[in-house]
Design a protein around this ligand. Structure first.
Ligand code: SAH
Ligand code: SF4
Ligand code: F3S
Length: 469
C-alpha cells in the first residue's frame, strides 16, 4: 500500500512539484457544534493540527478540551514507536463507549498511523465506529469528508505524497510563536525510521512562499518562528535551483523577526555556511537540536545515519567553537539490534564528551516495513531498560550542569503563557531554549523580557523579572 519506492528519491524540479492553493471551505453547517482534537507525535503533527483546527473552525465548529462533550473527535496520530500506537488504541477504546451513548458523534483518525501498511484495514475491521480515516497527504480533504459524512466509514489515505499546498488557513496554538513548514517528508531512510513511509519523500517549499509567510507572521505581531522539517539542512536538495538551508535561513533572518529557530538538523548536510549564518545573525537563536542516535560507529552504520562517532564529535566541536553560547540537545536510541555493551559505552562516551544541554532518549522500537525490523532484535527488554536508565541519569546530570550556568545571570525570555507551576507564575524560553518559570510577570505574556535566574533544576529554571528603572 503506502510504501514509497526508495528509488523514487530522485530530484524533482520546481515544475514537477506543483503548488496548489488550499481551498479553505467555509460553511456554517456545524455552527455551535464542538470539536475535540488530540495530537500525538512530533512538531510536524502539532503544526498539522493547526491546519486541522483551521479546517474545522471554518466549518463552524468550536474547540472543547473535554472529549465527552464533543460532536467531532479528531485524533492526529503518530507511528514512530509502538507505544504511540498503544496510546491511540487506548483512547479509541474510550471513544467507543461514548459513541454508544452518542451515535451522531463523528470520529476521525488522521496523521501518520493511517499511512502505515495495514493500519487503515485494521481500523476498518476492528474500529468500524471510526467515521473518517485520512492521512498526512490529504489533510486538505478533511473539510469535505466531514461535510459529506453520512455515518458510514470513509477511508481516504493517499499512498503517494502529493504536491505542496499554499494559502493554508492555520488556527495556531500561539499568538507569539509560530511553526513554519519549510519542507515535507524525508529522503534519509534511516533504517529504523517509519517517517519516510508515513510522510513521503522530501518536498521543499519555494523560498518565496516561506519568506512571504514569515513576513505575514511578523506583520501580525509574531515574535518567533520555528522553521520545520524532518531534516531542515537538506532543504532545497530536492529542487534544482541551488536552494540551500543556509541561504533560506539568512533570508528569513533579514526579515527582522526577533527570534528564529529551526528543527530538526541532521548531522549530515550541516554545512559550514549554515554555522556562519547562525553565528552572524543575532535573531537566529543559539540552539541546535542535533540527533546523535548512537555513539557507536558500528551501530550508526547499521542505522544508516551516514556519519561516524568521530565525524559527529568534529561537527559538534565546530558548532560549539563558532556559535557563542550555543546550546545543543540530541536524540538517542538504546537497544538497537546487535548493540553490544561496548557500543552502549561508546554512546555514554559521546554524552560525556558533548555534555548535551538535554536529550530525548528512546528504547528502540521495531517498525514494520523498515529495514531494521528485519534484523533479529537480540537484546532483552530488561537490558534495554537498564541502558536507558543509565543513559538518562547521565543526561540529567549534564542538563542540570548546563542549566546551572544560567544561575544569577540575566536572560531574555519570550513569555508564552501561564506556568504549569502555579497561577502566580508565567513561563517562556530563553534564547538557548531553556524553559523558565517567572514570578511577577503576569502582564508580560507575549513579550520578551529580562529575567534574573534564581534557581536551576534539571528540566527548568526559575527566575524573576528584572525591573529596568
Ligand atoms: N527527523 C529527525 C527525527 C524524527 S523522529 C531526525 O532525523 O533527527 C524523532 C526521534 O525518534 C528520532 O530522532 C529517533 O531518536 C527516534 N526514533 C525514530 N524511530 C525510532 C524507532 N523505531 N525506535 C525508537 N526511537 C525512534
Ligand atoms: Fe527518520 Fe532519519 Fe528521516 Fe529523521 S532523518 S525522519 S530519523 S529517516
Ligand atoms: Fe510521529 Fe509522524 Fe512525527 S510518525 S514523530 S508524528 S512525522
Amino acid at each position: 500500500m503506502n510504501l514509497p519506492n526508495m528509488q523514487d528519491a530522485k530530484k524533482r524540479t520546481n515544475k514537477e512539484v506543483k503548488t496548489i492553493k488550499a481551498q479553505n471551505i467555509i460553511s456554517d453547517k456545524f455552527k455551535n457544534k464542538l470539536f475535540f482534537l488530540k495530537t500525538y507525535g512530533c512538531q510536524m503533527n502539532v503544526h498539522d493540527s493547526e491546519e486541522i483546527r483551521g479546517i474545522v473552525t471554518n466549518l463552524g465548529f468550536r474547540e472543547t478540551l473535554n472529549y465527552e462533550e464533543a460532536d467531532l473527535i479528531i485524533l492526529n496520530t503518530c507511528a514512530i514507536r509502538e507505544n504511540a500506537h498503544d496510546k491511540v488504541f487506548g483512547f479509541l477504546g474510550r471513544v467507543k463507549h461514548l459513541k454508544k451513548e452518542k451515535p451522531e458523534l463523528i470520529v476521525a483518525v488522521g496523521g501518520c498511523m493511517p499511512q502505515e501498511e495495514g493500519v487503515s484495514h485494521f481500523l476498518k475491521e476492528k474500529y468500524p465506529f471510526v467515521n473518517i480515516v485520512f492521512g498526512t497527504h490529504n489533510i486538505a480533504d478533511l473539510g469535505k469528508m466531514i461535510l459529506e459524512q453520512t455515518g458510514k466509514q470513509d477511508i481516504e489515505v493517499y499512498s503517494i505524497e502529493g504536491d505542496i499546498y499554499e494559502n493554508i488557513h492555520y488556527e495556531r496554538d500561539s499568538k507569539y510563536s509560530a511553526w513554519v513548514n519549510i519542507m515535507y517528508g524525508c529522503d534519509k531512510f534511516c533504517t529504523y525510521c517509519i517517517v519516510p513511509f508515513t510522510r513521503g519523500k522530501q518536498r521543499s517549499r519555494k523560498m518565496a512562499d516561506i519568506i512571504e509567510e514569515v513576513k505575514d507572521l511578523k506583520n501580525k505581531g509574531y515574535l518567533e518562528v520555528t522553521l520545520l522539517g524532518q531534516n531542515v539542512n537538506a532543504y532545497g536538495k530536492d529542487l534544482e535551483d541551488n536552494y540551500d538551508f543556509a541561504t533560506l535561513l539568512e533570508e528569513v533572518a533579514k526579515i527582522g523577526i526577533p527570534r528564529i529557530r529551526f528543527v530538526t538538523s541532521h548531522p549530515w548536510d550541516f554545512t559550514d555556511k549554515m554555522i556562519q549564518v547562525i553565528a552572524k545573525y543575532p535573531n537566529i537563536m543559539p540552539y541546535i537540536h542535533l540527533p546523535l542516535q548512537s555513539g557507536s560507529s558500528n551501530i550508526l552504520r547499521l542505522m544508516g545515519r551516514r556519519y561516524t562517532k568521530e565525524e559527529y564529535l568534529t561537527l559538534y566541536n565546530k558548532i560549539k567553537e563558532s556559535i557563542p553560547n550555543v546550546s545543543i540537545t540530541t536524540d538517542i536510541i538504546v537497544g538497537f539490534p546487535n548493540e553490544t555493551e561496548e557500543d552502549f559505552k561508546e554512546t555514554l562516551d559521546v554524552v560525556n564528551k558533548c555534555q548535551f544541554d538535554g536529550a530525548y532518549t528512546f528504547i528502540y522500537s521495531p517498525r514494520e516495513g523498515t529495514p531494521a525490523a528485519l534484523i533479529k532484535d537480540n537484546i532483552s527488554l530488561e537490558e534495554k531498560e537498564e541502558r536507558l536508565a543509565i543513559l538518562n541519569d547521565l543526561i540529567n546530570k549534564y542538563s542540570l550542569k548546563a542549566n546551572q550556568k544560567h544561575l544569577n545571570k540575566i536572560d531574555k525570555v519570550l513569555i508564552t503563557g501561564v506556568s504549569e507551576k502555579g497561577e502566580d507564575k508565567v513561563c517562556g524560553y530563553t534564547e538557548d531554549m531553556k524553559l523558565v518559570n517567572v514570578l511577577n510577570a503576569k502582564n508580560d505574556i507575549g513579550k520578551i523580557i529580562d529575567v534574573e535566574i534564581i534557581e536551576a533544576k534539571s528540566f527548568s529554571l526559575d527566575g524573576k523579572k528584572v525591573i529596568n528603572i
